[in-house]
Design a protein around this ligand. Sequence first.
Ligand code: AMP
Length: 191
Amino acid sequence: MRIILIGPPGAGKGTQAVALSERLGVPHISTGDLFRDHVARRTPLGQEARRYLDTGELVPDHITAGMVRERLAQPDARDGYLLDGFPRTVPQARELAAVLAATGTALDAVLELSVPEEVVVARLLGRGRADDTEEVIRNRQRVYEKQTAPLLAHYADILVTISAEGPVSDITARALEALSASRVRGAVGTR
Ligand code: AMP
């Protein structure tokens, strides 16, 4: 299965991605985690990406695209993956479409985690990551609205939206149910 997880910063994408990737048997690929790893290892890519992570701006597409292409070419991603944090812009969605076309594969679903802004800001303020200051959090929400939310229309035909409020395990159950109820190829319930 090839699934994209989408939702505002603080919607719980990372938490849900871990649970869902285990249940669906596909790797969880988070571009945020990949960038943080590069930053921690002080690679040239990490040194370039760092200032964007620090301010909550998106890392430029030419940097992001190469990193994602490399990750998707790893053997564990051959039969499917759960993408968390990519694509985040319409040009990135086109980049992904090119990768899919080149390998003769297709996306199964785009899962949107929907949460009101006041809830996500409160969650992020309690998380304590380096880029979780109030100013950076608000900027990341604006970046989401402006650059990432247009993807919901872009993927309208395979979009599955669930409420991401409430206990973590309830949200996971809701996501699995919504994915199997949608016309997802290789539906979850049949695994
Ligand atoms: P995340 O862990 O998904 O919240 O991402 C943390 C930060 O990494 C973001 O605020 C961006 O600076 C950067 N980032 C993650 N994914 C992408 C992406 N697909 N395109 C550009 N920047 C990204």
